[in-house]
Design a protein around this ligand. Structure first.
Ligand code: SF4
Ligand code: SF4
Length: 112
């Protein structure tokens, strides 16, 4: 445990992209819109957990690609594990808001 980012594929992050769009994320970084609720990514399948463009999803949606492109130069993170913990704390907050199945709950403590 703890050596890679253990995304549980809960889909919680995909249900809040409307916030980032409202905050002005550029179309270069995230070119999609939302479903009628104004929050959920239009590319999220109706099952609430499956990205319909997963293999072509933007860097913005990938914890690993964001590390390579942006966060490995961030002074807050001396090692990748610290970045994973920071990202997973966001996952936890989102999961707490939307509620997910128990088996999909994340545990940021695995990166201690
Ligand atoms: S909220 Fe976190 S655990 Fe859930 S799908 Fe997104 S990255 Fe994965
Ligand atoms: S493109 Fe896919 S991974 Fe990215 S927010 Fe939309 S559904 Fe989620």
């Amino acid at each position: 445990m703890g050596k890679k980012f253990n995304c549980t594929s809960c889909g919680a992050c995909c249900r809040f992209v409307g916030l980032r769009i409202k905050q002005g994320i550029s179309k270069d970084k995230f070119p999609y819109g939302t479903k009628a609720d104004g929050m959920t990514c239009e590319k999220l399948a109706d099952d609430g957990v499956t990205c319909t463009i997963y293999d072509h999803r933007p860097t913005f949606c990938s914890v690993e690609k964001q590390w390579s492109k942006k966060f490995k130069k961030d002074d807050r993170f001396k090692i990748k594990k610290q970045y994973y913990k920071w990202q997973m704390m966001f996952c936890k907050k989102l999961q707490d808001k939307v509620g997910v199945l128990e088996e999909l709950l994340v545990n940021p403590e695995q990166y201690n």
